[in-house]
Design a protein around this ligand. Structure first.
Ligand code: G3P
Length: 478
């Protein structure tokens, strides 16, 4: 504790020449728990230079060998699940069991990515010219997928390991090198994860991990001319990055205000279970959390009662005890959540439980009779508070969903599949879940947001494709 973790460059663990460090505050104790190096711009330059060189050789490494190394890394990662999960508990207050699940899921993702990569990257296309008007059969076109170069990965605090490997593994299998800038909360878990890749034996400089202050190296990294692709998950920063980044492919996932529409004919027990799981898992700190319930007035009283009864059973406390609701990541986040609650309360929302907060720990809260003039109807709390808006028609629900500046996921509960499909088509989001809460996984499913929720599509296959470019060779016959 309080030791300064080294950063990873040229396959070695190094101290920054800045002599400075960044504290990682444990959300539960609100004390500094770890420290990481505050890297300098010179160190970033060095890392990107090495990444560039390493990538050239890596692109020539046979695909099956790249896959083999990824499988090794996945195995080491799974072996290391306990110590990595312990970091997640201390750095981001993720409940102990969920922390282990995150690491295991990450190992599975890396293996799946290796398997998917050898399949889809091992195939190209063959085109013949005479299908286009005016051409004879004199040109054969061969296409293959080539890497982009240096990929910069910036995952968020809520999945510092899983959302890092969901960028690292596709980048590497496709023949890119990778520079990771982990979130400050979660940096040590990420460094530990990087060590698993180190132990697997990847070539020197292919993977690097740079830590430090956003103000010093944030823009410097994202605007660096040596970076050929950015994969970012997080908040508004992503919008700023996409405005400043150069002419390079961007993959951005920037949060959501996922609506859950509940119709009169819904299975209310199923809806309740999903609303509570979707709204309160990891204390609502997921971009795919249920962030607003839009329920038909005729079933609203029953649904709210059922949800209240289930919320009352959630355990609240430290992540070490594997409580359902744990402290939110920072004090400023807790203050922001509290601001949304107070605004709704003042404007007349029904607060279904007593509002309670100790430090960063906020007790789960359901807010009924929320109206569109309340901030919580539109803003993303990223905390254990869930607004309910009562609607009188499906159209009203769809309208609310589509009026949001976000468009990540949404869900609809009904027993009528035809209605569900129509609503799914009408909701302007990247994914709609029928009769289940929003979720990114399984990790090979496409995952994408519309509007301010992001650019591009993730999921293992899409990420591999996004981190490659098509190269054609045309054979011209006499
Ligand atoms: O908040 C990050 C987002 O990717 C959520 O993932 O697995 O909790 O649906 P998941």
């Amino acid at each position: 504790e309080n030791s300064v973790y080294k950063f990873y460059s040229e396959s070695e663990w190094r101290k920054s020449s800045s002599g400075k460090s960044v504290p990682i505050i444990n959300p539960t104790t609100r004390q500094t728990h770890f420290r990481v190096q505050a890297c300098t711009q010179d160190e970033v330059n060095k890392i990107i230079e090495t990444a560039k060189t390493a990538q050239k050789l890596w692109a020539k490494t046979p695909l099956w060998k790249r896959a083999e190394l990824l499988h090794k890394a996945a195995a080491v990662l799974k072996e290391q699940k306990v110590p990595i999960a312990e970091c997640l508990v201390k750095e981001i207050a993720k409940p102990a069991k969920d922390a282990v699940t995150e690491v295991v899921r990450s190992g599975d993702l890396v293996s799946y990515c290796a398997e998917e990569g050898v399949r889809i990257l091992g195939e190209g296309k063959f085109l013949v010219s005479d299908s286009f008007p005016g051409n004879e059969r004199t040109k054969y076109c061969l296409t293959s997928k080539i890497p982009l170069g240096v990929v910069l990965a910036i995952p968020p605090f809520n999945y510092p390991v899983n959302l890092a490997v969901s960028k690292i593994a596709p980048a590497l299998i496709a023949g890119n090198s990778l520079v990771l800038k982990p979130p400050t909360q979660g940096a040590v878990a990420a460094l530990h994860m990087v060590h698993c890749f180190h132990l697997a034996g990847f070539p020197k400089g292919l993977i690097s991990c740079v830590t430090g202050k956003g103000s010093e190296i944030g823009d410097f990294l994202t605007m660096h001319p040596g970076v050929n692709c950015i994969s970012f998950t997080g908040g508004d920063t992503g919008i700023a990055i996409s405005k400043k980044a150069g002419m390079i492919p961007l993959q951005m996932e920037l949060g959501g205000k996922d609506a859950c529409i509940v119709l009169e004919d819904a299975d209310l027990d199923l809806a309740t279970a999903n609303i509570v799981k979707g709204g309160f898992s990891y204390s609502g700190q997921r971009c795919t959390a249920v962030k607003v319930v839009l329920v038909m007035e005729s079933v609203a009283d029953t649904l709210v009662e059922k949800v209240k009864a289930k919320v009352a059973k959630l355990t609240v406390g430290p992540p070490e005890d594997d409580c359902d609701i744990t402290p939110v990541v920072t004090e400023s986040s807790a203050n922001f959540i509290e601001g949304l609650v107070m605004d709704a309360k003042q404007k007349g929302a029904t607060i279904c439980q007593e509002y309670k907060r100790e430090g960063n720990l906020i007790w789960p809260l359901l807010l009924d009779h929320v109206r569109p003039d309340m901030r919580i109807a539109w803003e993303e709390p990223f905390g254990p508070v869930l607004p309910v808006i009562r609607i009188n028609s499906v159209e009203e629900g769809v309208h609310h969903c589509n009026a949001s500046n976000f468009g990540l996921q949404g869900s609809v509960f009904t027993r009528d599949i035809n209605k569900a499909i129509l609503i799914s088509d009408a909701m302007e989001t990247g994914t709609i879940q029928i009769n289940s809460a929003p979720a990114r996984g399984p990790d090979h499913f496409p995952f994408q947001g519309l509007k301010d929720s992001g650019i591009g599509s993730q999921g293992i296959t899409n990420s591999i494709n996004m981190m490659t470019k098509i190269k054609s060779t045309v054979i011209n016959l006499p």
